[in-house]
Unconditional design. Structure first.
Length: 472
């Protein structure tokens, strides 16, 4: 079978329905392209079905429970409850809700794409050459489609340890957690990166005992050191046990089969009821036909792309986690949009990774944008910095917020905002003014002179900017 295309429009086949794929499909369809998207597990990909949407919904439930637990600090108590009594958690209902939300979001994406004229195929795609994709539908039907352009947005899957194979019962990866019916009594988390830290924070917030095993000196290696320090202090205060400089060698069931034992490389053992393996991810590029099409990959298996998401084959592009650029849904979506703009000859603004805003959904949240303090200290950038603790902010005091800060980096001499860090409640929302400042190259005075509401947490952003003004 050959895909018929209108001679006045371009045809595009997209492999993968995650943010990089479905965002690209929407843009391409709105530009009049003939778009086909091939997805095996459901529109939205892992971001919607097994990663971002479910995990952040779980985190929202944990956050609500924690806020109830701190009601006494606001002179409140739940009517009829004993003072200090914890809020109970029905994990089966929590997981059912988050999975329902994920499916609902997936269906919304599918309906949106179909309304825009995108053809959705449930199945797998494989490159036969630079213009031909072999389709294997869910029902087993196989046929070939030809096209002008191809976008690869195939995502990643959890990395596993040969000595700790997830079984979905007590040894788990992060896609399997949502099948649990009861809250783990004693959860061991292997891996202290973003995924490990988020789940450790969430399950601690839900009331589980948590042990976090980190192979590095601290939690969140590679992130802002001050932010990681705040999170470690919060973990200690809330009872999360962190084992730094500890690498897991294997995980197995306990002799009675009612728990797990994690053995570290130095011989120590850690016992718990469940273990989550969160040691990174692997791109879904095997058996994709990249060799047949001549597409180059990195040794890690990630697809090499330039700043407009193009591979070494001029009509084949890639977007999302499979490129290894940034494992963020927002970056995947931007890569997809940039790719389509370049394919169709539209105005293109190449991806600028030094302006990416990101958030870690721990409690407190950690949001960053632009240049990091590590880059400044290395001499790569010359900048002034101000950091203000949130516990001096009047709104934070009213909310009983103890942990967090605002940090702004401004280019030395010019005063242009080049980066920032926010640690605190809803940092994912608070980072936006700094993200806008970095993107638009605003001066610290532009932030300082804009009105903020009193009292508000954003008042500390304005105050930090005012302090930077005195340093110019």
């Amino acid at each position: 079978m050959t895909l018929k295309t209108d001679s006045t429009s371009h045809s595009i086949i997209i492999l993968g329905g995650g943010p990089g794929g479905y965002e690209a499909a929407q843009v391409a369809a709105s530009q009049g392209a003939d778009v086909t998207i091939i997805e095996e597990k459901g529109l939205g990909g892992s971001a919607v079905l097994t990663d971002v949407v479910p995990s952040k919904t779980l985190i929202a439930s944990a956050d609500a429970r924690q806020r109830f637990g701190r009601a006494q600090e606001l002179a409140l108590s739940l009517e009829g409850s004993q003072e200090g009594a914890p809020v109970s958690v029905d994990l089966a209902k929590v997981n059912a809700r988050l999975l329902d939300l994920a499916q609902e979001q997936s269906q919304d994406i599918k309906r949106t794409l179909e309304r825009k004229g995108v053809k959705v195929i449930e199945g797998r795609g494989k490159l036969l050459d630079r213009h031909t994709v072999q389709v294997t539908e869910a029902n087993g039907l196989t046929y070939d489609l030809t096209t002008d352009f191809i976008l690869l947005a195939v995502g990643t899957h959890p990395r596993e340890l040969d000595t700790a194979k997830p079984d979905g019962k007590r040894i788990l990866n992060w896609t399997q957690l949502y099948q649990l019916e009861e809250l783990p009594q004693d959860l061991i988390v292997v891996g202290s990166g973003v995924t490990g830290a988020e789940f450790a924070s969430a399950y601690n917030g839900l009331g589980a005992k948590v042990t976090l095993i980190s192979s590095r000196d601290r939690v969140l290696p590679g992130e802002d050191e001050d932010a990681a320090s705040v999170l470690e202090n919060v973990f200690e205060r809330r009872g999360v046990r962190v084992l730094p400089r500890s690498r897991a060698q294997e995980a197995c069931y306990s002799p009675d089969g009612e728990g797990v034992i994690v053995t570290l490389v130095d011989g120590r053992k850690v016992a718990g009821s469940h273990v989550l393996i969160a040691v990174g991810s692997i791109p879904n590029t095997d058996n994709l036909g990249l060799e047949a099409a001549g597409v180059e990959t990195a040794p890690s298996g990630h697809i090499n792309v330039d700043r407009v998401s193009r591979t070494n084959i001029t009509n084949i592009y890639a977007a999302g986690d499979c490129t290894g650029v940034y494992p963020l849904a927002s970056v995947a979506a931007m890569q997809g949009r940039v790719a389509v703009s370049h394919m169709l000859g539209d105005v293109v603004k190449p991806l600028r990774t030094h302006q990416v805003a990101a958030n870690i959904f721990t409690a407190p949240e950690i949001a960053t944008v632009g240049v990091s303090q590590t880059e400044i200290e290395s001499g790569r950038y010359q900048a002034d910095m101000v950091m203000l603790p949130l516990n001096t902010n009047p709104r934070a005091k009213m909310m009983a917020v103890e942990d967090g800060f605002i940090k702004i980096f401004a280019r030395k001499h010019s005063g242009t905002v080049i980066g920032g860090v926010v640690v605190g409640p809803r940092a994912s929302e608070l980072i936006f003014p700094l993200s806008l400042a970095v993107d638009k190259k605003l001066h610290v005075d532009d932030i300082a002179e804009a009105f903020t509401v009193y009292p508000s947490l954003t008042g500390s952003i304005s105050e930090a900017a005012r302090q930077l003004h005195t340093m110019q």
